[in-house]
Design a binder for this molecule. Structure first.
Ligand code: HEM
Length: 509
């Protein structure tokens, strides 16, 4: 009996040391050193994710607890918290964020899915020379000049999907469009009839990404497994759900590989000379073939091309869809703004298709998107990082293995930087002068900044404008009265409007 008691006490002592004393001690020392530059938000075991979840319960908004703390202490530059058993340093001061963006090689991105061989070789998770080579190759395809050839395709996707979709689930509806746009931008003609699991490919891919993130948020055991075992987590006591995810991933990779091999054969026979006509895959395949023909070192392999597709789909679909969904929510909440936006659409494009020359004239839609990215950026922080080696960041000595979160939107709700900072006022962006006060270039950076900023930002802005303009012209958007009281900004990997059926689309006559 005594022995069991001692063992139980021993285990409790170990747990207290591992989950509380070990992460909390360095945080307390940092708090002592930094004074009011730091806010301590230690949350045993549940850590930073627990803070967000509690904030949803308390404020109906995952970020509000953190933003309110920053407003109470405008001198704060960092929040000291934890990711389960690891100290977690959340950067909120723009100078700290700037330095961490510039010194990006000191921090490794935590792959949120940890699935073996899925996105690791793509642009988001690559590092060093591989990342530089990919950024150069893809950078040229993401300029406005290159993207503008996709405008007719974007118009077509919205027309087709808006007609077919039931529009009962906001995020699914919009991500069907943004997902289709990524797929067509990547594969071009080859995407025709692309199916996975017997469904349109973008639907199967959205469901797969959803299942991968849901399983970690819903099941703490899976989240802990991912922190400890990383990619090996899927082999350790996998549940039926986990096995199914791995099977679906293998299936996606197989189908994507078939399409890539087909394109390699097509371009081997008939190379494309005009770079403007190339979709993302063509750029890759042309480079792949030129390395072979010039007998250069074969840097690109098929696996990398597969990972690049899954990467661009993952980062390009839900982010943009969520931002667009939130824009539509504000239009439903403020019908007078919806009328102003509709008026602009009618003046600029009338009943025509949207063309390149219209985009710069949609200034109100542009302002609406900027205001949404200020207050409710789906990308509430960058991807979580792990400190690679002990390193100095401003006056903080970061230790190897600590977690780091760059909260690039932290200045967005502070009076120091924006007048009436917590108010939704899209018109602030129509005034060309001094929208951001005390700007050092790192205050309003919804797409991140520095060498690893968002490569897809022009594409995101372009498709958001097109989708919003065409939907507002076609539908009156209203709040669903049945769920109006339950509307909140939660977390589903991204910072997202819930519930899914919060908006109704009434056809305009
Ligand atoms: C509203 C929509 C979007 C937002 C708010 C957004 C935001 C961001 C942010 C904050 C980062 C930095 C992430 C980090 O450092 O951890 C990022 C990186 C990235 N984004 Fe976006 N993004 C959006 C849309 C897109 C689209 C449409 C694409 C492409 C199809 C895209 C492709 C990428 C890529 C490839 C990176 C990694 C770049 C690198 O590491 O060099 N994003 N995005």
């Amino acid at each position: 009996m005594y022995i069991i008691g001692f063992v139980a006490l021993g285990l409790i002592a170990i747990a207290i040391y591992f989950f509380i004393i070990r992460p909390l001690t360095p945080l307390l020392l940092l708090k002592l050193k930094l004074g009011d530059k730091a806010i301590l938000m230690f949350n045993p075991i549940n850590g930073f994710i627990g803070l967000l979840m509690n904030s949803i319960k308390k404020n109906h908004d995952a970020m509000e607890t953190i933003y309110a703390a920053l407003r109470r202490n405008p001198n704060a530059k960092v929040i000291l918290s934890n990711l389960i058993y690891k100290p977690c340093i959340i950067l909120t001061g723009s100078e700290y964020i700037r330095d961490s963006f510039q010194e990006h090689h000191n921090f490794e991105k935590m792959n949120p899915f940890q699935i073996k061989s899925y996105m690791q070789k793509g642009l988001v998770f690559s590092e060093g020379e591989r990342w530089k080579r990919q950024r150069n190759l893809l950078g040229s395809a993401f300029t406005f000049d290159k993207l503008k050839s996709r405008i007719p395709m974007m118009n077509q996707v919205v027309e087709d999907i808006a007609l077919k979709d039931s529009k009962e689930n906001l995020n699914e509806f919009i991500s069907r469009m943004t997902g289709e746009i990524v797929i067509k931008s990547f594969f071009g003609e080859l995407a025709q009839g692309f199916k996975l699991e017997g469904k349109d490919a973008q639907i199967a891919l959205i469901e797969l990404t959803g299942s991968m993130s849901q399983i970690q948020f819903e099941n703490p055991f899976v989240f802990i497994k991912s922190l400890i075992f990383k990619e090996r987590m899927w082999d350790i006591f996998p549940s039926q759900k986990e096995k199914d995810i791995v099977r679906r991933v293998d299936n996606v990779k197989m189908k994507v590989k078939e399409m890539i091999l087909k394109r390699i054969e097509q371009l081997r026979q008939n190379p494309i000379q005009d770079k403007d006509k190339m979709v993302f895959l063509d750029l890759y395949v042309t480079e792949y073939l030129s390395q072979q023909s010039q007998q250069k070192e074969q840097l690109i392999d098929i696996e990398e091309i597969i990972h690049q597709f899954t990467t661009l789909f993952f980062v390009g679909t839900d982010t943009t869809a969520t931002a667009i969904g939130t824009c539509l929510y504000y239009l439903a909440q403020y019908p007078e703004i919806q009328s102003e936006i509709l008026e602009e659409v009618q003046e600029v494009i009338g009943q025509n298709e949207i063309k390149e020359e219209h985009l710069n004239k949609l200034v109100k839609i542009n302002a609406l998107i900027q205001e949404v990215l200020r207050l409710k950026n789906p990308s509430y922080s960058t991807i979580f990082r792990i400190v690679k080696n002990d390193t100095q960041l401003q006056e903080i000595k970061l230790k190897k293995g600590w977690a780091l979160i760059q909260m690039q939107n932290a200045s967005h709700k502070q009076e120091k930087y924006f007048d009436k900072a917590t108010e939704f006022n899209y018109k602030r962006w129509l005034n060309k002068q001094k929208q951001v006060k005390n700007d050092n270039g790192y205050i309003y950076i919804p797409f991140g900044a520095g060498p690893r900023n968002c490569i897809g930002q022009h594409m995101a802005m372009m498709e958001s404008k097109i989708i919003i303009a065409l939907l507002v012209r076609k539908y009156k958007i209203i709040l669903n009265p049945e769920v109006q009281q339950q509307i909140r900004f939660g977390i589903k990997f991204l910072y997202i409007l819930e519930p899914d059926n919060c908006l109704l689309f009434e056809k305009r006559i």
